[in-house]
Design a binder for this molecule. Structure first.
Ligand code: ATP
Ligand code: MG
Length: 457
């Protein structure tokens, strides 16, 4: 059985040399993780499952992060109990998923995912008639068979993600030398790299994201096929790609992830047009500044809205559509709205960004020209807009990146900080360069906004 499994996972026949799958039990005094470091909810679930006679461990990212001295962001529990058995044990739980079922156990506001050990699917499974095992590129279409703990370790992605912590005994069970790799700060894929990436191309992104986030090296054989296999991402369901993209953007290391994705040629096809944007110097500068800013916010535990992030990533595409429409003589605001619609339509075609983020992006973008109207009551009206803060932050990024004169951002900064008297004074002062600009009527995007405001009073 184990030989058959190894052949399958490692993509070789039984005569080939076998990979090292040997269970090592690492005692607490060697690995240093203590049960009091575990989130109380995950701890309680594991203990309760064990008291009921099941095997239960903390697994995956949480064990890895604790070993690296980081605070885990979420906890996963793996067990030999079936989803029904888990559900019966915990009053506040529900079974989720249709094909492979997991249990979400709730304690307080938290949810811990409890999954039953999984094994490799095969052509002998009962649903093999309805769904083939893989598609033509090798992507696994079935992954829904219970298995042993060893099998569960083998189907995980990287050795550092296949460690099982038993909080009762404070031991770590290591089947694939993940502990050694953690200490060497190395990410190694489990099994034959190309086959494992083909089975699930999201692993390409996970390799890059986790390495950037955790400061790890991607081991040579693991890194080698990444660039060549990048086109496989086109074949991943868009919702999964989006989830992974969001994880990446909200990791607190978005900038280094994106730099790394680009270096490995993985940014093509991630978000339609992202590659084009990164190729334009001003677009790249804007995204670099914005992501650095976002990373800082996340590291300071400040909220970041995904809509804001996507507005950033796509802005220069909107801008270039807007500018070409202006050059063709279209009116500024209708031109902006058409450019926005076109960019969003392109995303929808590929289901890249869910429609629920459209409204935020549209508001942030369409408010941008209004920042250049600094006469009459307009600035006061803009201040009261519910999305003012996000749009203002966006404006500042535009100024910092060199797209818009710094003076505009500075004016707004002072306007916000000013008391009512000072604000009135700022409005009455003629805005610098206004006359000159009116005469020239240069139809770049920013000048166009100025024009609109003058035209409409
Ligand atoms: P983080 O939560 O910090 O982003 P993680 O490794 O915990 O990283 P999760 O998505 O929470 O990521 O996955 C939990 C575990 O499930 C992983 O550690 C890994 O063992 C396994 N896993 C996740 N995605 C895959 C995949 N695509 N292929 C194989 N195993 C995976
Ligand atoms: Mg996790």
């Amino acid at each position: 059985m184990i030989r058959k499994l190894l052949d399958k996972v490692f993509g070789r026949n039984s005569s080939a040399s076998e990979p090292a799958v040997k269970l090592t039990v690492i005692p607490g005094k060697r690995h240093g993780v203590r049960r009091n470091q575990i989130n109380p909810c995950a701890l309680k679930i594991t203990q309760q499952l064990q008291s009921a006679g099941f095997a239960a461990y903390i697994v995956g990212g949480a064990v890895r992060d604790l070993l690296l001295g980081l605070i885990p962001k979420d906890y996963d529990v793996a067990t030999n109990a079936t989803p029904e058995e888990v559900h019966k044990l915990f009053r506040r739980s529900r079974i989720i998923g249709r094909r492979f079922r997991l249990v979400h156990v709730m304690c307080g506001a938290e949810t811990v995912e409890v999954s039953t050990f999984r094994g490799p699917s095969s052509d002998d499974d009962e649903d093999s008639i309805a769904v083939p095992l893989t598609d033509q590129h090798g992507r696994l279409l079935r992954d829904n068979v219970f298995g042993t703990q060893e099998e569960d370790a083998l189907r995980r992605d990287f050795t550092i993600n296949a460690l099982y912590f038993d909080p009762v005994k404070e031991e770590i069970l290591d089947y694939l030398n993940g502990f050694k790799d953690i200490n060497a700060k190395e990410m190694r894929i489990i099994g034959a790299p190309e086959q494992r990436y083909r089975e699930d191309p999201v692993r390409l992104l996970r390799a890059v994201r986790l390495a950037a986030k955790l400061g790890l090296q991607i081991e040579n054989e693991t890194a080698k096929p990444i660039g060549d296999l990048a086109p496989l991402l086109q074949n991943v369901p868009p919702s999964r790609l989006f989830d992974e993209m969001l994880k990446l953007l909200l990791s607190g290391h978005a900038l280094s992830c994106l730099v790394e994705l680009r270096a490995r040629g993985l940014h093509h096809g991630l978000l339609p047009m992202l590659d084009i944007i990164l190729e334009q110097p001003l677009g790249e500068r804007f995204i670099t500044i914005a992501l650095k800013n976002t990373d800082d916010r996340i590291r300071q535990d400040k909220p970041v809205s995904p809509g804001f992030l996507f507005a950033i990533l796509l802005w220069h595409e909107v801008l270039s559509g807007w500018n070409s429409r202006l050059s063709a003589g279209e009116k500024p605001m209708p031109a902006l709205f058409t450019a926005m619609d076109q960019v969003l339509a392109e995303q929808h075609k590929k289901l890249a960004i869910p429609r629920r983020f459209d409204a935020v992006m549209q508001e942030i973008w369409s408010m941008q020209p209004r920042f250049e109207a600094r006469t009459g009551r307009k600035p006061f009206r803009l201040l009261t807009h519910p999305r003012f803060r996000a749009a203002y932050d966006f404006l500042q990024l535009r100024c910092e990146s060199g797209e818009l004169a710094m003076e505009v951002g500075l004016w707004w900064k002072n306007f916000i900080a000013g008391d009512p008297g000072e604000r009135e004074k700022m409005l009455t002062a003629p805005s610098p360069g206004k006359k000159k600009r009116r005469r020239r009527r240069k139809k770049t995007a920013s000048a166009a906004a100025e024009t609109t405001n003058q035209e409409t009073g």
